[in-house]
Design a protein around this ligand. Sequence first.
Ligand SMILES: [Fe+2]
Ligand SMILES: [Fe+2]
Length: 243
Amino acid sequence: MSAASTETIRLAAIGDLHVTEASEHRYRELFAEISEAADVLALCGDLTNFGKVREAEILAEDLRECTIPVVGVLGNHDYECGQAEEVARILHGAGMTVLGEQAVVIKEVGFAGVKGFLGGFGRGELGAFGEPPIKAFVDAALDEARKLENALRSLRTERNVTVLHYAPVADTVEGEPLEIYPFLGCSRLADAIDRFDHVSAVVHGHAHRGRHRGRTPRGVPVYNCAQMVMMAETGRPYALIEV
Ligand SMILES: [Fe+2]
Ligand SMILES: [Fe+2]
């Protein structure tokens, strides 16, 4: 093992920015602060409120304040207006590497990420049985898990981070009403992560009232980094994680 590969990096992670057309430059100072505090920034989806082009442009202007590498995934809100590709293109233009089937390596740490999908956890997970719309729904969840697995498999790095929007475990949605757990994420994402021994941390958002820390069944640390969760936990809107 080389000396460089044991050097930890400081990862900042934040989800659920929900930038609106009215929120001009709300994150400019925050991104400057994060650039001082961390080596890499991960954005965990719901970056815009309705997935509007103008919202993405406003965030892109703020993102240009960031002087460290930025990786990220979109969230369900970024799909609302049917312009997710355009939103992703604008954020990519501002320097964010949009994770998907392709993973990236930054400072000897691998980053693999997908939006993920919903469907429930553990024994409460919806199965592909019965009506075609249910099978299509479960297929969407399986497809995200498959993309994540492929991205993780492509990484040869010893330390790797998974970036999601939806939660992979129920631990980090605790605090939300039990009735909506199935809409906050799905275990299929954790199944994909737990097939590997090289994942150091998982960051996600989406569950605004969830809990910051959890683990996958095989013990990989999972962090809900929705800014509302982080504010409640630390008084600042982002997480700082040593990887
Ligand atoms: Fe959100
Ligand atoms: Fe969300």
